[in-house]
Design a protein around this ligand. Structure first.
Ligand SMILES: *Cc1c(COP(=O)(O)O)cnc(C)c1O
Length: 385
């Protein structure tokens, strides 16, 4: 079976993990700090906070901005449920902005209209969470401008987009946002097994995320309410979590990060090969915004279903029968039973729903061999023509 995504682990990665296993630190220690600094340096953010997964980094980002009961967060329906769940974990309400049918990212026009009508009704979002779908950056300058105009905080769900660029600058620099979050799940660009990271230029958000990452406990005397009672002394200032990354994970991430540009370049080359091999078939290739450079986490084709004798599910089944384990990203979040129970309905976000009915994520990972990719192209040509 050719998977749709796969990690790329080499001997140096394995050696880096072995070295940590033989060292004094297994849980969060010097290697986590080294990995945090390396990611911050790579993407040009002032601060970085590593976590046990991307979902907890999203949760910490929401906590750090003070999202709570009665607040509202807007994101896109075309994302993984984690983007919205993190706001629900803060007891905040959520809503969605429909997607741009070219990029499948949050539509700036829909956002602008929704903000204007929210202002009329007096129910503004405290936070807007664009998701860089498939690794293609959202139109951050416009989103940042609208957020500034209406006083909303911007949290980028950059789970797909470490290694991507927007207007020539790395995602994670947060020029048009308050904070961004990466995921290091094995299907993403670089992996730590499970892992995530929050990056920001705002020291206040990073400090709060760091405190909440470890139970709300501090060992820093300058932050304590009382006099230290001795070298063992710590204080719990808030109700936090155990969202720490281990040094084992960070060693893998640090080693992987040294190959990130090669990973992304390889994904670009594979995307170009797909574009060539699939030309002329009844499908839409992924359109790329001229102002951005994707990390190509996913390669999504959109079938021209009306011109086919099959629907999307049949095409997926035929690909899987041919040994190609394609996937679909994403079932619109507002149609999930949990979100329907909150009042959302099929039909609420028609662009995301129409996209979902036609989308297939083809195999895309740095280690995808060209002969395997050629097989994917051949099988698609056979099925669709
Ligand atoms: C992977 C992913 C997450 C969650 O990341 P984990 O590291 O698996 O917790 C969040 N949002 C999106 C869009 C993702 O793809």
């Amino acid at each position: 079976m050719i998977p749709y995504a796969r990690q790329d682990i080499n001997d140096a990665d394995i050696q880096a993990v072995v070295e940590v296993l033989q060292s004094d630190w297994l849980t969060q220690g010097p290697t986590v700090e080294r990995f945090e600094q390396a990611v911050a340096a790579y993407c040009g953010s002032a601060h970085s906070v590593a976590t046990n997964n991307g979902t907890s980094a999203l949760h910490l980002a929401c906590q750090a901005i003070g999202l709570g009961p009665g607040d509202l967060l807007w994101s896109t329906p075309n994302t993984f449920v984690a983007s919205l769940n993190c706001a629900r974990h803060c007891s905040a309400d959520v809503d969605f902005v429909d997607i741009d049918p070219r990029t499948y990212n949050m539509s700036v026009d829909a956002l602008e209209r929704k903000l204007a009508s929210a202002a009329e009704r007096g129910r503004m979002p405290k936070a807007i969470m664009p998701v860089h779908f498939a690794g293609q950056p959202c139109e951050m300058e416009e989103i940042g401008r609208l957020a500034g105009q209406y006083g909303a905080i911007v949290i980028e769900d950059a789970s797909h987009a470490v290694g991507a660029q927007y207007r020539g600058r790395p995602i994670g620099e947060c020029k048009y946002s308050d904070v961004a979050v990466f995921s290091f799940h094995p299907v993403k660009i670089v992996t730590t097994g499970e892992g995530g990271m929050l990056v920001t230029q705002r020291a206040d958000l990073a400090d709060r995320a760091r405190l909440l990452r470890s139970h709300g406990v501090t060992r820093d005397p300058s932050k304590m309410r009382r006099q230290s009672e001795g070298p063992w002394y710590y204080e719990q200032l808030e109700l936090g979590y155990n969202y720490r990354m281990t040094d084992i994970q960070a060693a893998l991430g640090y080693s992987q990060l040294s190959r990130i540009d090669a990973f992304v370049a390889r994904r670009h080359a594979l995307a170009a090969r797909y574009a060539e091999g699939l030309e002329g078939l009844p499908l839409r290739l992924p359109w790329q915004h001229p102002g951005a450079a994707s990390s190509w986490h996913l390669y999504v084709i959109r079938l021209n279903v009306p011109s086919l004798s099959m629907d999307r599910a049949q095409v997926v089944r035929a690909l899987r029968e041919a040994g190609i384990n394609v996937n679909v990203h994403y079932i619109p979040v507002h149609t999930q039973p949990y979100y329907e129970a909150l009042g959302f309905r099929r039909g609420d976000f028609p662009e995301a729903e129409a996209y979902y009915a036609e989308a297939i994520s083809l195999p895309m990972y740095a280690g995808l061999r060209e002969d395997d990719q050629d097989r994917v192209i051949q099988v698609l040509n056979r099925i669709l023509s």
